[in-house]
Ligand binder design. Structure first.
Ligand code: GLY
Length: 364
């Protein structure tokens, strides 16, 4: 299976190549872009153990001068301190303006490596090689890069488009089931915000919590439809001046939950799943979407083995406070992405703290 999806951004356009066994082609794929010969592979300990050798062998075979930088595993390391260490490696290996940082890993690796590339020497090339479902369908596409601030997720960052996104679905075989489920939250998101056909396809599946239960054609469909949705949205609004904000469906409350619980209780996808349940509840309360659609979304989230309740002991007032530091705040108003029908969402700042209290209060 091989498919290529174009992210159309004028001179910054690039391909998302989805190819089984594509990791073996990493060197030739980057070689075809005519970039400089020095590359720095940024990965984490676990991913590098599985795929580092293969990636490096492919790059060396294509004539690249390869160095690597290995991060510890976990969102808690997505900090300025972690970033500083990547800069140290870039300096040690004398990366140049024409050099490329290759992000081999999940969302944390992609965000950090992308931000290092955005800022080192005022910007060098980055190639995203996502290894988690979540990174494949979301984080690796669209150029959002950054690190967390103790007060909130991704508060420090930059837009920096990759030169290529190379997706090898084979690597998902070693993805822990919890991470697969986290990625499914983003896939369900695309069904709700953009692609009603994808939503219907997911509804037909018996189980979405483990890959071994997927019908044979589901994974390629999930990857190409989700990447296409993301490419469509980003091509229309690269810097999130309007439409792109819809990709944050479920993320407003999701990010707040992640932040309030210190990034230790729920992972990003789980936060998004709970956030989508909350957003759907808010939309029902505001009379924007019907309770049948709410039920259908809830059923999909449950089928993917994702949480639908708030983590126990969570203080709703703390969530409300954290929402104020979210990047989606504009003129002191929190903007919510709320669904109106399957495949369509709208952006609103009309959600009051009382409605949020009511909906979250039911989700304990
Ligand atoms: N993950 C949301 C975006 O890329 O805009």
């Amino acid at each position: 299976m091989q498919s290529v999806i174009r992210v159309d951004l004028g001179p910054q356009s690039y391909d998302i190549t989805i190819a089984s066994g594509g990791l073996d082609e990493l060197g030739t794929q980057i070689g075809a872009l005519n970039l400089g010969k020095k590359v720095l592979v940024v990965s984490n300990q676990m991913i590098f153990r599985h795929y580092g050798e293969k990636a490096i062998a492919s790059l060396q075979k294509a004539g690249f001068e390869v160095a690597s930088h290995i991060l510890p595993v976990g969102e808690q390391y997505k900090t300025l301190t972690g970033l500083q260490r990547i800069y140290n490696s870039a300096l040690e290996h004398r990366l140049e303006r024409s050099s490329t940082i290759i992000a081999l890993g999940g969302g944390v690796v992609g965000d950090m490596a992308g931000f290092a590339a955005a800022t080192w020497l005022r910007g060098i090339n980055v190639v995203q090689v996502p290894t988690s479902l979540l990174a494949m369908v979301d984080a690796s596409i669209g150029g959002k890069t950054g690190v967390n601030h103790p007060q909130g997720k991704n508060l420090i960052g930059a837009f920096h488009q990759p030169r290529l996104v190379l997706i090898d679905p084979e690597v998902l075989k070693t993805l822990p089931p919890r991470e697969l489920r986290a990625g499914m939250a983003e896939v369900i998101k695309y069904g709700v915000i953009w692609d009603a056909e994808l939503f219907a396809q997911l509804e037909k599946c018996k189980r979405l919590d483990q890959m071994r239960y997927f019908p044979a054609d589901l994974l390629p469909e999930i990857l190409s439809k989700s990447c296409q949705a993301k490419a469509d949205v980003v091509s229309k609004d690269e810097k999130e001046s309007g439409l792109r904000a819809i990709l944050n469906y479920g993320h407003t409350i999701g990010h707040a939950i992640e932040s309030v619980t210190g990034y230790k209780v729920v992972n990003h996808g789980e936060g998004v799943a709970i956030g989508m349940v909350a957003a759907s509840g808010l939309a029902v309360e505001l009379g924007m979407w019907d309770s049948e659609c709410d039920r259908r979304q809830l059923a999909l989230i449950q089928k993917a083995g994702l949480p639908i309740k708030l983590p126990s002991g969570l203080d709703i007032e703390e969530i409300l406070e954290t929402l104020q530091t979210d990047k989606k705040v504009q003129d002191s108003k929190v903007r919510f992405i709320l669904p109106t029908q399957i495949g369509v969402v709208t952006i609103t700042d009309r959600v009051t703290a009382d409605v949020i209290r009511l909906v979250l209060g039911r989700m304990g």
